[in-house]
Design a protein. Sequence first.
Length: 370
Amino acid sequence: MKAVILVGGLGTRLRPLTCNTPKPMIPLANQPFIESMLARLRDQGITEVILAVQYLADRFRAALGDGSQLGLKVHVIEEPEARGTAGAVKNVEHLLDGTTYVFNGDVLTDLDLRAMLAFHREKGSRVTISLTPVDDPTQFGLVETNSDGRIRRFLEKPRAEDITTNLINAGTYIIEPEVFRYVPPAQFYMFERGLFPVLLQTGDPMFGFPSRAYWTDIGKPQAYLEVNHDILIGRVQFPIRGHQIAERVWVEEGVDIHSSAQLVGPLVIGAGTTIGRNARIIGPTVIGAGCQIGADVTIERSVLWENNQVADGALLRFCVLGKDNQIGAKTSVTDGAIIGDQCVLGAENRLERGIRLWPGTELSDHAISF
Ligand code: GDD
Ligand code: MG
């Protein structure tokens, strides 16, 4: 079966991590998100995937090629201009030939797609929407169903007073392509505010498939560290790369860990990374490839992308570092701070409380302290 993945959108809420890296390429446990997603789709019987992108098509092509390395056929199709979620699929309608999966490209889930397809067929549905419970539906699309699962109301980004259920659109659809006759060609048109409300009026059968599978929209701020932690502690099925050298400690090739360093899992350490004398690496933590972690460094509950140099005595706790940063000796980065790419932080700085540094920021020694 074929699938369309929606990967437009600028990922603004995840800046500065998305300044240089498109949201679907952001690494989770050291793997570009889209790669792990494609592998999951392949393992659930999908053979051909169309990525509907809005910009940076070449970045996707360079990373994924024609998909053969992943055992899939991948097409990357760029929209002439933003077409919206339904318009993006309309734009690739000529490549579809029957029941099709459509995915929001920013959702990490281990939803059972085959069970959803069986449900879709059993109900004779035209559009089936996966549903997940959340605490606060105001950020999402609220979906009300009858007891047999038929959708009777769809309300995108509901106001607090309109909330009648905690079930929301989880961003995975199974669609019969004939419904695209309702979608105007070459225009901006959304599933959420356009097609779904229209289908409620036309009476085409539209069903909700509720599931308690793991589910997170990785595009929401704050979620990024949590998602990595969930993968490492095993809350979501996710194939972690590398081999295990201790309980929940995975390393890739060429990692060099000083014998006096202390490692407390769960940890993922990328290829070619070195960890210095008396360093303490406490999980859940991800360290990207090619990082150099100095002596007496402490890293706790953090995510580092590739090629970071962390000088002696630095402290990284509950923070994210993009790629190619230099963190000075005895500098601390803590409490949800996010450092973009190519930042150079001098010695003995203190960055905390959710501070975000844009790519290329430079700080001299003692520039920020308390
Ligand atoms: N190709 C393309 N073109 N993709 C798009 C476009 C577009 O014009 N607009 C959005 N997308 C992609 C985004 O990249 C993302 O993968 C997906 O469509 C959903 O867009 P978001 O901007 O992330 O929407 P949201 O998270 O606020 O809400 C959507 O997802 C929720 C679940 O995470 C809605 O579908 C909600 O109903 C849903 O609950
Ligand atoms: Mg989203």
